[in-house]
Design a protein around this ligand. Structure first.
Ligand code: HEC
Length: 92
């Protein structure tokens, strides 16, 4: 029984992660290409979540209402993941 619960918990976590990743990349494509290209984000090599959070918040400062607090966190979370960043950058 515990094993079944663990199995479903794992699946749920996986689905949630996928959904978050999807939202992050969709938001980036939708909101982050108005002033500069994807290369600004793709040239960055750091995966420091704090750096990304600060940077995304700086972008929101440049353009009020660019992202809600929640969306900014999603975008920063996405971009701080090297694998996600690479996937996004190689598809553009
Ligand atoms: C209102 C215009 C504008 C929008 C919209 C915008 N940016 Fe920027 N971005 C800039 C400017 C101007 C710079 C260069 C100055 C700087 O780094 O603050 C920049 C620089 C950057 C850098 C390089 C920072 C560094 O220190 O190397 C990254 C990464 C970046 N933007 C990511 C994003 C992301 C992610 C989004 C979407 C959430 C976004 N930008 C949306 C204007 C914008």
């Amino acid at each position: 029984m515990a094993r079944v619960a663990l199995f479903f918990a794992t699946i749920m976590l996986f689905v949630v992660c996928l959904a978050q990743a999807g939202d992050g990349s969709a938001l980036i494509i939708e909101r982050c290409l108005g002033c500069h290209g994807m290369e600004k984000s793709c040239e960055v090599s750091t995966s420091d979540p704090d750096w990304w959070k600060q940077t995304v918040l700086r972008m929101v400062e440049y353009k009020t209402g660019l992202l809600s607090e929640n969306e900014a966190a999603q975008v920063a979370f996405f971009l701080a993941d090297k694998q996600q960043r690479t996937t996004l950058c190689s598809s553009n």
